[in-house]
Ligand binder design. Structure first.
Ligand SMILES: [Zn+2]
Length: 270
């Protein structure tokens, strides 16, 4: 972590003034076979705050889709995605026990965008075009959903917000933590950060590793599943609908090589 000491102590001072018992500093929130997911994380924004605001942002997205007649319209696709989601969700507590209490949701949104995401607290959306245009198999759907769920399990959005609040300095933090009448609209920020801003490379690698382990534990084939990233790379920029997912989840040869190795290790029981 590259944080100037003075800024950190300022931030901590700010935190003490407004802190609640839910606030924690550097922790690792998951356990897994992978060493990278034992990385300590900077967590200044409270988990509860992120979860509550994410749930609100999610409800808004879902309500809007419903109002436009775009929510879970393809019954068989919805059933298929939700079944895969349930298998993954059932195994998620092996990485962090507390997520068994999360209010998980899986919805399918009709859209030309090739996209999928999972907000904090297990609020998942899969867009129809992702499955239909790439003709995804169940293993491939499990791979992309596992990846998105892994971002939520690792609380990457909360970590991003914490880093961001440090950058803004103690004042920024104070406003972030002035939980009631904050000048920042956290719900909007979350919708933006959680859905449209790119994760860092290290977050992507973590989500790849934990996500693949999750889908494997749920009974899917990681070697078949990772073909989804090949499909996306082969489509590349020729498909405008793909831009959304690729902008937040850049796929390249190095990433694919890492996934290929991981998949082989999982199947070999390493
Ligand atoms: Zn990702």
């Amino acid at each position: 972590m590259q944080i100037k000491k003075s800024l950190l102590s300022l931030a901590v001072a700010g935190l003490i003034a407004v802190s609640s018992p839910a606030l924690v500093g550097c922790v690792s929130n998951t356990t897994s076979n992978s060493s990278t997911t034992n990385r300590a994380q900077l967590m200044l924004v409270s988990e509860q705050e992120v979860m509550t605001q994410s749930a609100q942002a999610y409800d808004e997205v879902i309500a809007q889709a419903k109002a436009k007649g775009l929510l879970n319209t393809d019954k068989s696709l919805t059933a298929r995605v939700q079944k895969i989601g349930q298998r993954l969700i059932a195994k998620a507590p092996t990485f962090r026990a507390d997520c068994a209490q999360w209010d998980w949701e899986v919805n399918v949104i009709t859209s030309d965008e090739l996209n999928a995401w999972c907000m904090a607290g297990g609020k998942i959306a899969v867009y129809t075009a992702l499955v239909q245009k790439l003709n995804l198999t169940d293993d491939e759907i499990a791979t992309v959903m596992g990846h998105e769920i892994a971002h939520a399990l690792r609380e990457h959005v909360r970590e991003q917000m914490s880093t961001e609040s440090l950058k803004q300095g103690a004042l920024g933090i104070a406003s972030l933590f002035g939980v009631s009448n904050t000048t920042l609209n956290i719900a909007n920020t979350l919708a933006e950060v959680g859905v449209s801003l790119p994760f860092s490379r290290s977050h992507e690698t973590e989500a790849d590793e934990l996500g693949l382990e999750l889908m494997y534990k749920a009974g899917y084939d990681p070697q078949k599943g990772i073909k989804i990233w090949e499909k996306m790379m082969s489509m590349g920029s020729s498909n405008s609908g793909l831009a959304a997912l690729l902008s937040t989840h850049p796929a390249d040869d190095e990433r694919l090589a890492n996934l290929t190795e991981l998949a082989a290790q999982l199947k070999a029981g390493k």
